[in-house]
Ligand binder design. Structure first.
Ligand SMILES: [Zn+2]
Length: 119
């Protein structure tokens, strides 16, 4: 039997960790709940030399890629938490069978059983 309170605790910790990392590479969209945007580089700084601006753009692109990845992970954690609240947590999205406990332990936000794992 899957220990839901334990899983929920793990998911909430993961959520806090992801939000902390997101806060470093982006900022919350105040208009859309759960949406984040990568922080834009400050290119209007008149004292910055062009090399610095190039660095900023490179940094921005790296942050933007990381931001997208973190946001996707955060979304999966939220989906799992919502399922816990709805009482539908731990069922495969494809065949509706219970997801293997070992799989949920390895990835608490998994939405499919091992047989229907994607990728
Ligand atoms: Zn399945």
């Amino acid at each position: 039997m899957v220990n839901i309170p334990e899983i929920k605790k793990t998911l909430l910790e993961e959520k806090a960790r992801l939000e902390g990392e997101l806060a470093e590479v982006g900022h919350k969209n105040p208009e859309i709940k759960g949406d984040w945007s990568p922080s834009a580089p400050d290119l209007n700084n008149p004292t910055a030399d062009p090399a610095d601006n190039a660095d900023s753009i490179e940094e921005f692109e790296k942050n933007a890629a990381l931001e997208v990845e973190l946001e996707a992970m955060l979304m999966e954690v939220d989906v799992a938490l919502n399922k816990i609240e709805a009482g539908t947590y731990g069922k495969c999205r494809v065949c509706k069978a219970p997801i293997e406990e070992a799989r949920l332990k390895a990835n608490p936000s998994a939405q499919t059983c091992i047989a229907h794992r994607e990728g």
